[in-house]
Design a protein around this ligand. Structure first.
Ligand SMILES: [Zn+2]
Length: 118
């Protein structure tokens, strides 16, 4: 869209018309494809992972920093097994958090995370 004025563009995106256009786009084939592609990128994976944590109730002052820590952790902090990202194995990388406070505790394999429970 050839908007030169950033403010105008923002205004448009927040307007009813803008929302409608955006929704239509998201439901279109092209929109779905774009979103799917975005999910394959590092940026997309990151934002999806962080959204997941928020849904699970993980609380953090800095989700970016937490993600950096998480994604660079290659061994379970409990049993030392090598971690993999995003696959449904016992050694899937999991962010362990306290279910009461939402505070991050460790990066664990999903097996240890299950054992630890609450
Ligand atoms: Zn483990």
């Amino acid at each position: 869209m050839p908007y030169k004025d950033k403010e105008k563009q923002k205004e448009y995106h927040n307007s009813e018309k803008g929302k409608e256009v955006k929704q239509k786009y998201q439901q279109s084939e092209k929109g779905k494809e774009t979103r799917q592609k975005y999910r394959q990128t590092e940026e997309g994976k990151k934002s999806e992972r962080i959204a997941d944590w928020k849904r699970m109730g993980v609380k953090s002052d800095d989700y970016n920093e937490l993600y950096e820590y998480y994604i660079n952790c290659w061994e379970c902090e409990n049993c030392g097994v090598e971690l993999v990202e995003g696959i449904y194995y016992n050694n899937k990388r999991v962010l362990d958090h306290c279910h009461k406070t939402g505070k991050f505790r460790n990066v664990l394999c999903s097996y240890c995370n299950l054992l630890r429970g609450e």
